[in-house]
Design a protein around this ligand. Structure first.
Ligand code: FES
Length: 509
């Protein structure tokens, strides 16, 4: 296992399973676009109620998107903190948020039992501990958590002394699991209930109505009573949601620690960006002869870090400064988080008013529980049942007290268009070393130039097909990342993450 690997600590459990592409039209009750935890949970729960469900995904296998890059903290303690949710949305909303995430952790356990999924799912305590000197945030969060009836205790000391003296907050009944094995089990359970999966099939257009039509890049169209767009970021709207979500990259490293030296629990601190910590044990990865410590954090706006490798270095020094027995890094990876204005996902009826179109996006760093909430809530909405969380997660909301966040993330996005008027990363293609990429100015436009390990050069337009920002080279993952709304492309230009549904244009000049 090399330190240079950018694979997560989880095996790709569904790699061998390949869904056929959708080359013909199909008809179903519900079409789910996106086979991550939100899409698969929705498909499974709808199929459990006898609905005929089709899932399409741009990846060959289910679970091949951002879900694979989670560190799988199952938490009902909102990571943007209850004090902030109360400030922006009020006390009742914060209480509902806590209850819905608690219900999601319960539901994951129920699904594991009902479907016989062995993924190391277990209940653990979660702990919010102070960044050096930041005790006030702990006290404020304790007051906020108590005010909404959260099961929380204030501890004088952090149960892992390496993380500082405390005080800290202990949230009971949180959880964790191995996400890839959970996703694989969830897919198997959905398939047993008749859910059909079409892989390497990208949804190009969603036309609401009765029926809905989902047109794909493989020629087939899904005609359905309803569609759920459960991609990490919506691919069916150009503007509507993208002004309310901001893409961030987050980083993780994992390496061995002596068995029993770190408690099996969740930890996260009050730093900005914050650090998050958990263990991988043999209950999740049978045959594992040690325990692995996973440390994540070092977040930044996607496409806006000139040296992303440094983020892993920062995490490593932070970890070694606290856990001297942390061994060699076995895994390091990054993932994308879609942040919302109030720390809560957007789940519900599509705000564009397209009939029978639903969406789930804005994981806000709590993708496993938000994805599960999406499955529960969307199943209720599609089945015509009332759900107490519908207003909380409504994609149409624009909380007035989040105006500051709205303005600052919007200004950040707008500022990225300055790239049209600057020079390239390098003056000449000759300066680009093998295995790297750089943006090169040519006349009025810019090119994304990649030189592969053999020295061959691939040239694409550097203009993002979504809304025209200039992509940036990500040397950590060898991708082109858009700094505006988070589209990502392979070094050779093929789109791997929306909202763009198109590849970087070929440069035929
Ligand atoms: Fe919107 Fe690139 S993702 S312009």
């Amino acid at each position: 296992m090399s330190k240079q690997s950018t694979d997560p600590a989880w095996k790709d459990s569904l790699r061998e399973f390949k869904g056929p592409p959708l080359t013909d039209d199909v008809t179903c009750d519900v079409c789910v676009v996106g086979a991550g935890i939100a899409g698969l949970t929705t498909a499974y729960l709808l199929a459990q109620e006898g609905m005929n469900v089709v899932v399409v995904d741009a990846n060959a296998s289910p679970g091949g998107g951002e879900t694979r890059f989670t560190t799988a903290h199952l938490s009902s303690a909102i990571d943007d903190r209850f004090a902030e949710v109360i400030r922006v949305r009020g006390k009742d909303a914060a209480r509902l948020a806590y209850e819905s995430h608690s219900a999601a952790i319960d539901r994951i356990g129920d699904i594991c039992r009902a479907a016989g999924i062995e993924c190391g799912y277990r209940r653990v305590d979660g702990h919010l501990f102070p960044a050096p000197g930041d005790v006030k945030t702990i006290e404020d969060e304790y007051d906020a958590a108590m005010a909404i009836g959260c099961d929380v205790r204030r501890l004088e000391r952090v149960p892992a002394a390496e993380l500082g003296p405390g005080p800290c907050l202990q949230f009971r009944n949180q959880g964790t699991f191995e996400p890839s094995r959970y996703t694989a089990g969830l897919w198997a359970a959905a398939a047993r209930k008749g859910v059909r999966f079409f892989g390497k099939t990208r949804a190009r257009d969603v036309d609401g109505g009765s029926p809905v039509a989902v047109r794909t890049d493989r020629g087939g169209t899904v005609h359905a009573g309803a569609v759920v767009v459960a991609t990490n970021t919506p691919v069916h709207t150009r503007f509507a949601m993208h002004m309310k979500i901001a893409p961030y990259m987050t980083y993780a490293i994992a390496g061995p620690v002596p068995r029993g030296s770190v408690p099996d629990a969740l930890f996260w601190d009050t730093a900005d960006p914050y650090h998050y910590i958990r263990l991988i044990s043999a209950t999740e990865q049978p045959g594992l002869e040690t325990e692995l410590l996973v440390v994540g954090g070092a977040d930044h706006r996607a496409g806006q870090e000139s040296d992303p490798v440094r983020r892993w270095d920062d995490l490593e020094s932070w970890t070694r400064g606290r856990f001297p027995r942390f061994g060699e890094i076995w895994y390091q990876w990054s993932g994308m988080v879609m942040e919302t204005l109030d720390g809560l996902a957007y789940i519900g009826v599509d705000p564009t008013g397209e009939e029978n179109v639903y969406l789930a996006t804005g994981d806000s760093g709590m993708g496993m529980t938000h994805g599960t909430i999406a499955g529960i809530l969307l199943t209720d909405l599609i089945r015509g049942r009332a759900n107490p969380w519908a207003e909380l997660y409504s994609p149409s909301r624009l909380p007035i007290r989040a105006a500051g966040e709205y303005a600052s993330e919007g200004a950040n996005t707008a500022a990225q268009y300055k790239d049209w008027f600057t020079g390239g990363d390098v003056k000449s293609v000759d300066e680009i070393k093998p295995g790297t990429g750089a943006v090169v100015r040519r006349g009025l436009t810019k090119l994304a130039v990649y030189r592969d390990d053999s020295g061959a050069v691939q040239i694409r337009s550097a203009v993002c097909p979504h809304l025209g920002c200039i992509v940036h080279w990500n040397r950590a993952e060898r991708t082109w990342d858009c700094p505006c709304h988070g589209s990502r492309f392979r070094a050779t230009g093929e789109v791997i993450h929306g909202p763009s549904t198109a590849d970087l244009a070929r440069n035929d000049s």
